[in-house]
Design a protein around this ligand. Structure first.
Ligand code: NDP
Length: 284
């Protein structure tokens, strides 16, 4: 059986390191603050926001939550973002997506100060990721890289296949693998022979959003299989894009869902918030 990569443990290790650094900053009189903005009543978003607040508490950051009603206008949301941009207590700003349909994600993100954009979604930060010179990590892909590093696998020269080309996961994921000299293939819904591409992968990252679509016939014996997907199965149980039971014996390493990539994303958000606080206090 392949080894299971324990995202909860790796995330706890990262957060412990961040907590130590946050305590050291506090001794210098610097408190780290993250503002989380949520608009509307989306139940999944509420869970994410709560988890981010808990993570802030766990590492010793201040968290400021702004829960706005569904009917909030673009002007009202932009006014709040502007206030947060100018608030020295706030080092990082996160606007939970998706926003209600009448609000344009892009307009809101573009108005978050790039220095406080701890999700790394602002075009300036996206561009920096592209050229490999960035301070804010793309949270989910960076979490995947931490998991790969935790098992001591060197990406250099490896066949890496990323399934999915979204701006928040697939594309930055491919960039981070490329920055570490992987030979990267990006697959998507128009890929003609997905199975053949996946079978070449030494490192396979699935970020599709389709429950258990990757079965053992998609993977190479001994491959590192990282499952970003967060879906519900036929019994409404949380599951990934990878059929874990079917793949776990063939994979060399595999992440479970839950308990794999999910906990890493929040850890990387905490890392970015710490970085923002250091930058804004002239420590980086
Ligand atoms: P998107 O829906 O934005 O992107 C999905 C990608 O999968 C698209 O590029 C799409 O291709 C591709 N795709 C869809 N169907 C197929 C198919 N049959 N074969 C090959 N490729 C396909 O999703 P996200 O990137 O935002 O998220 C992906 C998954 O990761 C979701 O389950 C999401 O919940 C999860 N997620 C988990 C996070 C975590 O912290 N663990 C964080 C963020 C996301 P095309 O572009 O051609 O349409």
């Amino acid at each position: 059986m392949g080894k299971i990569i324990d995202g909860k443990q790796v995330s706890a290790d990262v957060k412990a390191r961040i907590a130590t650094e946050a305590a050291q900053l506090k001794e210098k009189g610097i408190e780290v603050g993250l503002a989380v903005v949520i608009v509307g009543e989306d139940p999944a978003s509420k869970v994410y926001v709560r988890n981010k607040k808990l993570a802030c508490e766990a590492v010793g950051f201040n968290s400021y939550e702004y829960a706005l009603p569904e009917q909030t206008t673009e002007a009202q949301l932009l006014e709040l973002v502007d206030n947060l941009n100018n608030d020295p207590k706030v080092n990082g700003i996160l606007v939970q997506l998706p926003l209600p349909k009448h609000l344009n994600d892009k307009v809101i993100i573009d108005n978050i100060s790039a220095d406080k954009d701890v999700d790394a979604f602002h075009p300036v930060n996206v561009g920096k990721i592209m050229i490999g010179s960035y301070s804010f990590l793309p949270c989910t892909p960076a979490g995947v890289m931490e998991l790969i590093h935790s098992i001591g696998v060197d990406v250099k020269g490896k066949e890496c296949v990323v399934i999915g080309r979204s701006n928040i996961v697939g594309k930055p994921m491919a960039m981070l693998l490329l920055h570490e000299s992987g030979t990267v293939t990006i697959c998507h819904s128009k890929t003609e022979d997905l199975k053949a591409a996946c079978k070449r992968a030494d490192i396979l990252v699935a970020a599709v959003g389709k429950a258990k679509m990757i079965t053992s016939d998609y993977i190479k014996e001994g491959a590192v299989v990282i499952d970003v997907g967060m879906n519900r199965d036929e019994n409404n149980k949380l599951c990934g894009d990878v059929d874990f039971e079917d793949c776990k014996d063939k994979a060399g390493y595999i992440t479970p869902v839950p308990g794999g990539v999910g906990p890493m994303t929040i850890a990387m958000l905490m890392q970015n918030t710490l970085t923002a606080a250091k930058q804004q206090n002239g420590l980086l």
